[in-house]
Design a protein. Structure first.
Length: 130
């Protein structure tokens, strides 16, 4: 699996398919359909179309095994989420993280666990960057 985030724009439904592959791969289209159907009903043709789109976007690839294809991600979840997080912060907050966190804090969306984790991350950052 490469660490390059080659994808440009991944739709919400494409992301759900990719997420199913991150959960377990390689996987056949039928395996992915079964996994996705645990949360909501997916049509087989829709999933296969989404798999094809993700292959074209070079986000996933496949190996042909006899009469079926086994799909696997080309981008790691952590790489994708980092790229998307940076994009969100850049687009909506001018590259500054503090307004994003403040927005969550002001709307009471942060749990005590979230705050403790943020404090731990800040402490680690301070130790690494002093």
């Amino acid at each position: 699996m490469t660490t390059d985030a080659k994808q440009t724009d991944i739709t919400k439904t494409e992301f759900e398919v990719l997420d199913a592959l991150w959960e377990q791969s390689p996987a056949s289209a039928n395996d992915i359909i079964q996994r996705l159907n645990q949360n909501k009903a997916w049509h087989e043709k829709t999933v296969k179309t989404l798999l094809s789109r993700l292959v074209k976007k070079q986000v996933i690839d496949f190996d042909k095994q006899q009469r079926s294809y086994l799909y696997f991600p080309l981008v790691e979840r952590s790489t994708y989420t980092q790229k998307e997080s940076n994009s969100l912060v850049s687009r909506l907050f001018g590259g500054k993280v503090a307004p994003l966190v403040a927005g969550f804090a002001n709307s009471d969306s942060l749990s005590k666990e979230d705050v403790d984790e943020l404090k731990s991350l800040i402490k680690k950052w301070e130790q690494d960057n002093d």
